[in-house]
Write a protein that binds this ligand. Structure first.
Ligand code: CTP
Length: 406
């Protein structure tokens, strides 16, 4: 499971649910939104209530569910206006083929459709969910295209096994992915049109067939940066060492194991397409054991324990920073003491513009972090906060510097 750092600010989400089997996932989405600190007002179509009970959504959201215009929740009697005016985002998940058609035509034949008509400037996200043949139908594609042109964001659908037993495009995105999509609606698109390559996680350097050298990096900071860069509109490639985290939504993940593989993957990505920004967030093992003989080293009774011979690994960040016409480079420094002095020296040694310095023992594996952001002009302190929040702040800082460079 991915972790859920608490949201920095509470937002109000109007969550419309239309009548498809994926409506059951709207319950989990409601729970995730509430857990992330947001307020959720649910509005369901009549068909949606055949799939999940409004009482379930009321209990999860802590608010009565809006069901139709004839039994309004608001004293004004105008739920179709008031509910969407109160919202910071309007999400419909699942959005059935029928709902898409009604929204594309501008019908107001039930409360949810009328809310979509009245949405005005509220950021709106629809999560289509239907059988793959229905999704591929030209009428549905036409409606989806029309809705995009009307300024609505369509999230997904994803691909995979469907409730009907068929396999293909049409699955609603998972609730966790939708949470990311929703929170992205409120983020400024500071890296729109930019390509970002990141390293994250530890590396694992095998010694024999079963043993190796690694470190305690969880990958969480790199994952948070990948998410924050994606939210800011960037095309993101994450070159990731072995972690327990799932590949982040919206990001292309290239899994690697060793420092050498990480280096090769990074250089291949930089070759592949023009890249604006490289962030080295990985805790790359500085040394690798010289590989032992094939198979597993065996204990011999009374024998001396084997001593691994360590070889120096390539320094990926320094290599990228030294590339002619290379990307803007941001490094991390995991220090154990004398943070500022060590990190300033490291920034110059590696030849990078910006360095994020943190205390290794106080960040590895945790959901929060504090750091110093160091450039040629000095250092700026970021107090302890969730890694996601910190990643968003760092991306803002980086984007401002990239913009200043042109
Ligand atoms: N880094 C890298 N390749 C390496 C070692 C480090 O790309 N072989 C990158 C890290 O991703 C990070 C930065 O360099 O962005 C600093 O990593 P850190 O481990 O703090 O520094 P080291 O260079 O390993 O120096 P030391 O361990 O001596 O402090």
């Amino acid at each position: 499971m991915m972790n859920h750092p608490a949201a920095s600010s509470s937002r109000r989400v109007l969550l419309g649910i239309s009548g498809g089997i994926a409506a059951y996932k709207a319950c989990e989405l409601t729970r995730l939104l509430v857990k992330a600190g947001h307020q959720v007002q649910v509005a369901m179509t009549d068909a949606a209530t055949r799939f999940v009970g409004p009482l379930t959504l009321q209990a999860l959201s802590g608010r009565p569910v809006a069901l139709d215009s004839w039994h309004p929740l608001r004293a004004s009697g105008m739920d179709h206006i008031d509910l969407v005016r109160e919202a910071d985002a309007f999400v419909v998940a699942p959005a059935t083929a029928d709902l898409l058609a009604r929204a594309a035509c501008g019908l107001g034949d039930d409360l949810l459709a009328t809310l979509l008509l009245a949405r005005d400037a509220v950021p709106t996200l629809l999560a289509p969910a239907m059988n793959r043949a229905m999704w591929a139908h030209p009428a549905v594609q036409r409606n989806a295209e029309q809705l995009r042109r009307d300024g609505v964001r369509l999230a997904g659908p994803g691909s995979g096994e469907q409730a009907c037993g068929e396999v293909g495009d049409g699955r609603m995105l998972e609730p966790e992915q939708l949470l990311w999509e929703i929170e992205a609606l409120w983020r400024p698109r500071l890296l729109q049109g930019r390509r970002v390559v990141l390293t994250a996680g530890p590396t694992f350097e095998p010694w024999d067939a079963v043993r190796g050298l690694s470190n305690r990096s969880s990958g969480k900071m790199g994952w948070a940066l990948a998410r924050a860069a994606w939210e800011a509109g960037a095309q993101v490639v994450l070159v990731a060492g072995p972690t327990a985290l799932e590949p982040p939504h919206g990001v292309r993940t290239v899994p690697v194991e060793t420092a050498q593989q990480m280096r090769d993957a990074v250089l291949a990505e930089l070759e592949l397409a023009a890249t604006d920004l490289f962030i080295g967030a990985a805790a790359v093992a500085d040394w690798r054991p010289q590989p032992a003989a094939e198979g597993k080293l065996k204990k011999t009774a009374g024998g001396e324990p084997p001593v691994p011979r360590l070889l120096l690994n390539p320094d990926i960040l320094a290599e990228v920073a030294a590339l002619p016409h290379g990307p803007y480079c941001v490094g991390f420094a995991a220090e154990a003491e004398q943070l500022l002095a060590n990190a300033q020296a490291k920034r110059e040694r590696k030849g990078v513009e910006l360095l994020v310095a943190n205390l290794g023992p106080q960040t590895f594996g945790r959901d929060d972090n504090a750091c110093l952001l160091i450039d040629s002009t000095g250092a700026r302190e970021f107090p302890r906060m969730s890694k996601l929040e910190l990643a968003r702040r760092l991306i803002e800082e980086i984007a401002a510097r990239l913009a200043a460079r042109g």
